[in-house]
Design a protein around this ligand. Structure first.
Ligand code: PMV
Length: 333
C-alpha cells in the first residue's frame, strides 16, 4: 500500500507525563495513565513517494482544500518522518496531509493525536502491519510522549520501565468497561505561550518536583483501582490533586510558567459547586488553561449546561472515552 489514512484520537491524562529523562525521545521520569478520547481526533493521509523525494507537509482545510503547513509544524512532521524512515529501514519521501476535528485555535493539545495519526498512517503507507507496542514506541519517538498512549483505545498506562527498550504504553481497560465523559470547557483560544516541551524541560527546576514524584506510586495505584472498580468518587480527588500539582510545578519552575487564566479558576469553582449539589464531576487540565471535566453519562447534560453558563467559557466540547484509532479513514487527497 502506498497511501494510507488514519484518524487517531487525542487523550486526557489522569496521571500526567511531566518531566523527561530524555526529551527528544520522550523518555519519561514517571509513569502516566490516560483516557483516550473519541471526538477530538487528528486525520492524516500519508503517501509514500519514490526514494529520495522531498517530504511535503500539507494542511487540509474544512472544505477539503490543501495548503502548505507553516514552518514550525512542517519541521516537527518532517523530523518525525526521518525517524520513521530510519526505524523502518525506508528511503521513501512522503506526502502528508493532516486535519484536526477540533479547531486548531481551541488551545487543545494536538500533538498526541497528530503524531499518533502520522505514525500509524506512515507505517501503513510503507505496507507495514506492526504490533501496538511497536507503534506506541514509534509514536513516542516523535518527542510527544503522550502520542505513545493515543495509539490505543480505552484506558492506557505508559509505564516508566527503563529496562524495557520499547518504553511503550499499553491498554489497561476498554472504553466499554467504563463509559466516562470528558466535557472540555474552553477558556483559551490560540496557541499557548510556553509549549509542553519547554514545560518538561523546566519541570525538574521546581522545588516541588521531587515531592510530586514521591506521591505518584500512591496516586497511580488509586487511579488503577478506580478504573478497575469504575469508581468516580475514588478517581475524582486524585485527578484534581494531580492536575493542580502539574500546574504548581509549572508555576514554580525557573523561569515560571503560568498556563491558567481567571476563567480556569471560575470553572474549578463551578465544578466544586456542582459536586456540592450532588453531581459527579471532577477537573483535570493539561499544559494549558482549558479544563477537562470528567463525569458520567447520567450527569453529562447538567454539567455541560453549568459549564456553558460559566463566565469566560466560550464553548464546551462534548467528548468521551473512545475505542482508539480508525485505521481505514477516508483519504484527504
Ligand atoms: O506529550 P507532550 O510532550 O505534549 O506532553 C504532554 C504533557 C501533558 O499533556 C501535560 C500531560 C500528559 O501526560 O498528557
Amino acid at each position: 500500500m502506498s497511501k494510507a489514512s488514519v484518524r487517531a484520537p487525542s487523550n486526557i491524562a489522569f496521571i500526567k507525563y511531566w518531566g523527561a529523562e530524555d526529551l527528544a525521545r520522550a523518555v519519561p521520569v514517571n509513569p502516566s495513565i490516560s483516557m483516550t478520547l473519541a471526538a477530538c481526533v487528528s486525520h492524516s493521509t500519508v503517501e509514500a513517494l519514490p526514494p529520495g523525494e522531498t517530504d511535503q507537509v500539507l494542511v487540509a482545510e474544512e472544505g477539503g482544500a490543501l495548503s502548505p503547513a507553516g514552518p514550525g509544524f512542517s519541521r516537527r512532521v518532517t523530523e518525525h518522518l526521518s525517524v520513521l524512515r530510519r526505524e523502518c529501514g525506508s528511503r521513501a519521501g512522503f506526502r502528508v496531509a493532516t486535519r484536526n476535528s477540533f479547531p486548531s485555535s481551541a488551545g487543545i493539545a494536538s500533538s498526541a493525536s497528530g503524531f499518533a495519526a502520522l505514525t500509524l498512517a506512515t507505517t501503513r503507507a510503507l505496507g507495514l502491519t506492526l504490533p501496538g507496542k511497536e507503534l506506541s514506541r514509534l509514536a513516542r519517538l516523535s518527542g510527544s510522549g503522550s502520542a505513545s498512549r493515543s495509539v490505543f483505545g480505552g484506558y492506557v498506562e505508559w509505564p516508566q520501565d527503563l529496562a524495557d527498550e520499547a518504553l511503550a504504553a499499553a491498554p489497561i481497560a476498554t472504553a466499554t468497561h467504563w463509559p466516562l465523559c470528558d466535557l472540555i470547557a474552553l477558556v483559551e483560544t490560540g496557541a499557548k505561550e510556553v509549549s509542553s516541551l519547554d514545560g518538561h524541560r523546566r519541570a525538574a527546576t521546581s522545588p516541588h518536583f521531587a515531592a510530586r514524584l514521591s506521591e505518584l506510586p500512591r496516586r497511580l495505584e488509586l487511579v488503577r483501582q478506580a478504573i478497575r472498580e469504575r469508581d468516580l468518587a475514588l478517581l475524582g480527588p486524585v485527578l484534581e490533586e494531580e492536575a493542580v500539582e502539574l500546574h504548581l510545578i509549572a508555576m514554580s519552575s525557573r523561569p515560571p510558567i503560568f498556563y491558567w487564566n481567571p476563567a480556569t479558576l471560575a470553572v474549578l469553582a463551578r465544578v466544586r459547586e456542582l459536586r456540592a449539589a450532588g453531581l459527579g464531576a471532577w477537573c483535570t487540565m493539561d499544559a494549558g488553561a482549558n479544563v477537562h471535566v470528567i463525569t458520567e453519562p447520567r450527569d453529562e447534560a447538567a454539567v455541560a449546561a453549568a459549564l456553558g453558563d460559566t463566565p469566560g467559557v466560550t464553548r464546551v466540547i462534548h467528548d468521551r472515552v473512545g475505542d482508539g484509532p480508525e485505521l481505514d479513514a477516508p483519504h484527504l487527497f
